[in-house]
Design a protein around this ligand. Sequence first.
Ligand SMILES: NC(=O)c1ccc[n+]([C@@H]2O[C@H](COP(=O)([O-])OP(=O)(O)OC[C@H]3O[C@@H](n4cnc5c(N)ncnc54)[C@H](O)[C@@H]3O)[C@@H](O)[C@H]2O)c1
Length: 247
Amino acid sequence: MNLAGKVIVVTGGAQGIGLAIAERCAESGASVAVWDYQADAIAGALERIADRAPRAQSAGFIVDVSDLAAVHDAVKATLSRFGRIDGLVNNAGVVADAQLTKMSEAQWDRVIDINLKGVFNCTRASVDALLASSGAIVNISSIVGLSGNVGQTNYAAAKAGVLGMSKTWARELGRKGVRSNAICPGFIDTPILAKMAPRLIDEMVAQIPQKRMGQPREIAAAAVFLLSAEASYINGATLEVTGGLTL
Ligand SMILES: NC(=O)c1ccc[n+]([C@@H]2O[C@H](COP(=O)([O-])OP(=O)(O)OC[C@H]3O[C@@H](n4cnc5c(N)ncnc54)[C@H](O)[C@@H]3O)[C@@H](O)[C@H]2O)c1
C-alpha cells in the first residue's frame, strides 16, 4: 500500500491508534501531519515516526479538534508546511463514561464536542484541500456506534453520528473525487483502556472470537488501505476491525 507523495493528517496522532496510523502512513511513503492537543506527546510521536520511517517528513500541530477556529488555523499551518492535504484521518476521541442515570451534561458535552463535532470541524476545514487533491477521508468510529454499550450514551451517540457523517460525505463528495469511509475498531490495546479494571478487560476478551485484543497497528493497516489507491472504489463503507466481536 503505497502513499508516496501524499500528505496525510491524523487527528489524535500523538498516541494510541492515531500514532500507529501516523507511523504506518509514514512507512508507506506519506508525509504526516500529527494534529493533537497534547504538545509533549506530539514531540514523542514525531521521534517514533522518524525512527520507523527515517525518510518520511512529519510535523506536529497543537490543536483542539473541538475548536473550529483552531482547526482552520491547523489546516492553514499544514498547507503552508506541506502544500496539500491528500488524506484526513479523523481519529481524535475521548471517553467520559457513566450510566444514563448518572451521566452529567458536562460528560455528554465533552464527548460530543470532541468525538462528533471534532470530526465535523476537521472535515469542514479540510474539505477544500481534499477536493483539490481528490483525497480520502477515514473516520475512526467504533463498534459501540453500531451496538451501543453500557455506560456510553455519549460515546455511542457520537460514534453512530460519525457513521452518518461518513456516509453523507461519501454521497456529497464521491462525485467530486473524494472518498469517505469509516473504521469501527473493536477492543484495541491503547491508553484509552487504562481506566478499565483488569477483570472487565478479561471479560471483554473472552467474548472476542480471536480471544485477544487488537493492536493499534492492526487498525492502522486498515486505515492505510482505505487511504490508498488500492481502495479506489471503496466509498461509504464501514470496515469492522474487531477480531469477530461483532458476530
Ligand atoms: N482503543 C479502543 O479500544 C478503541 C475502540 C474503538 C474506537 N476507538 C477510537 O479510536 C480513536 C483513538 O483511540 P485510542 O484508543 O488510540 O485513544 P487514546 O486516548 O490512546 O488516543 C487519543 C488521542 O486523541 C487525542 N485527543 C483527544 N481529544 C483531542 C482533542 N480535543 N483535540 C486533539 N486531540 C485530541 C489525545 O491527546 C490522544 O493522543 C478514538 O476515536 C476512539 O474512540 C478506540
